[in-house]
Design a protein around this ligand. Sequence first.
Ligand code: GDP
Length: 307
Amino acid sequence: MNKITLVTGADGLVGSAIKRLNLPNAVYLTHADLDLTDFEETKKTFAKIKPNRVIHTAAVVGGVGANLKHPGSYFRDNLLINIHTLEAARLAGVEKLLSFISTCVFPNNASYPLNEKDLHNGLPHDSNFGYAYAKRMMDVQSRAYRKEWACNFITAIGTNVYGPNDNFSLENGHVLAALIHKCFLAKENNTDLSVWGSGQALREFVFSDDIVKLALWALNNYNEESPIIFTSGIETSIKDVVHLVAKKMGFLGKIVFDATKPDGQLRKPSDSAKLQKYLPEFKFTSVADGLEQTIAWFVKNYPSIRK
Ligand code: GDP
């Protein structure tokens, strides 16, 4: 019998990248299909679909601006979504479940590079503590379920993921999506391109298609109780990435850095050693190539983008 793979968050950045692969026997759920904060509905839906495997990508996410504005709802909704999804999966007898955490939930004072084993060793950054605690609980829940019910639930930690079908909101999006949108408008309207913060912050950008390849590998091959970080280990500054976006979009106007806006964490380099041990040959898409594909998608789909 063919195994059924259920993907939550199918219209999100990672979920939609999985959907583009047209996997055989996959069921895709969006927020419109099922509200994962409703436990009764979640339980019923899982019992009906009877998935063998689950890739849980659904989450309420946003960039540094959205996290500062919504710590309460980000904490509540993400906690409910994860508790319900993993519990419904357990009750439905799911064999393997992969869910996603993020490097932004690591302790603010962790030593670098961030390592899987340090996830809980300190307070998260103030700018996203609600989201961070909710996401950390997914690691706790997965480990606890492994112990009590032998559920093969695993977690992966993405760094700064970007790609087609991201949320391109100017205020609430993550940096690359927001910047692509801002640059597009600045070019159209002949205005400056205004960038948040100092431009000095560093991030490890990972293209969504790479995350999907790694997720499918993990679903088939990764069985450790501790998370695995999906990262190239390469940091890029916001300043460099802004210039790349401007160049690729043909923007010739002025780029200004708005110091009244937050920088968030200055850097959060993560440890790629575990991933490299498993997949020494894996080639990450360069930021230049990933941006090119994302910009092409944005321009083709504008104005009906998520924002
Ligand atoms: P983070 O990695 O969780 O902080 O998420 P972001 O994707 O929001 O990245 C934030 C970094 O990009 C910070 O250093 C911001 O100051 C910088 N940045 C520059 N312009 C923007 C923007 O328009 N939107 C966002 N979200 N961040 C921006």
